[in-house]
Design a protein around this ligand. Structure first.
Ligand SMILES: Nc1ncnc2c1ncn2[C@@H]1O[C@H](COP(=O)(O)OP(=O)(O)OP(=O)(O)O)[C@@H](O)[C@H]1O
Ligand SMILES: [Mg+2]
Length: 254
């Protein structure tokens, strides 16, 4: 049996549903593989996945990085790898244990000035933690920077999320070509989310990427969100939940 961690990165432009889809993916994995170790990573400093999954975050990756920097003279100039060896055990303090999965947040590096430092730290953390988990779901920051910086340089599944617009689809084509140059992945696919005209889904195509699912605008999801409930409480008939499942089945994860 293949015991390598499956690392699923969810990327795309801002506001297209990356966090909602990541949360649905985590729920499907938790329900389908109760015996497996699952890690959800919120890699977006704007934060969102914790709320979607109902996680109360007390310590972030950036908090840990800063505590190390504070404790080491001239710590700011140290390489991420060196910091990591000191932080190896601290990382586990930042994991929140939830029923069926663990959660890690990159945090908001507003005090530390440079966002790239926590990004390079995150890169080491992902490869370190991947050995301790069977499934890792990464809700990426909007845009292409984390691919360009190779924060996720070795993923198994790259899931590109877009809205129905031609422009949105061009953005994910661009993300794919950058990913092809800079990172390693095994499978790639696209999800078109929040379609107002699902009857036109046959017209959607993304050059070089299979469209795994077209998800209509989902009032069940929106109602759950308004009520402040987590995706774990989302009713089964949610289109987002169904669409996320379809994508996972087509990528042979479920
Ligand atoms: N299929 C859908 N139907 C209805 N509402 C949706 C759907 N998908 C996402 N939403 C809503 O759209 C908003 C943006 O979704 P989400 O936060 O998941 O996007 P995102 O790509 O993570 O955004 P950001 O780039 O800001 O992190 C949220 O309010 C979410 O509830
Ligand atoms: Mg988000």
């Amino acid at each position: 049996m293949d015991n390598k961690a499956k690392i699923i990165a969810v990327v795309g432009k801002g506001g297209v549903g990356k966090t909602s889809i990541s949360a649905c993916i985590v729920r499907h994995l938790v329900e389908s593989f109760p015996e497996k170790k699952i890690l959800a990573i919120d890699a977006d400093p704007a934060v969102g996945l914790s709320v979607a999954l109902g996680v109360d975050v007390k310590m972030t990756l950036d908090d840990i990085r800063m505590s190390i920097v504070d404790s080491v003279e001239n710590g700011d100039t140290r390489e991420a790898l060196e910091l990591l060896s000191e932080a190896r055990f601290k990382i586990f303090d930042a994991l929140v244990e939830m029923p069926g999965f663990a959660f890690l947040s990159i945090g908001r590096p507003e005090s530390s000035g440079c966002y790239c430092k926590v990004n390079s730290y995150l890169k080491e953390v992902i490869s370190l933690l991947a050995n301790s988990f069977d499934y890792v779901v990464i809700d990426a920051e909007a845009g292409i920077e984390q691919i360009q910086r190779r924060v996720m340089d070795k993923v198994t599944h790259l899931l590109l999320v877009s809205d129905q617009s031609k422009k949105g689809n061009q953005v994910i084509s661009t993300i794919k070509s950058v990913a092809d140059d800079l990172i390693v992945y095994e499978k790639i696919g696209a999800v078109i989310n929040r379609m107002t005209n699902p009857e036109l889904s046959g017209l959607i195509s993304v050059p070089g990427v299979e469209v795994l699912a077209c998800i209509p605008s989902d009032t069940v999801f929106a109602a759950n969100d308004i009520k402040g409930r987590s995706v774990m409480d989302l009713p089964e008939e949610s289109a987002l939940l169904k669409g996320a499942k379809e994508a996972l089945v087509k990528m042979e994860i479920l």
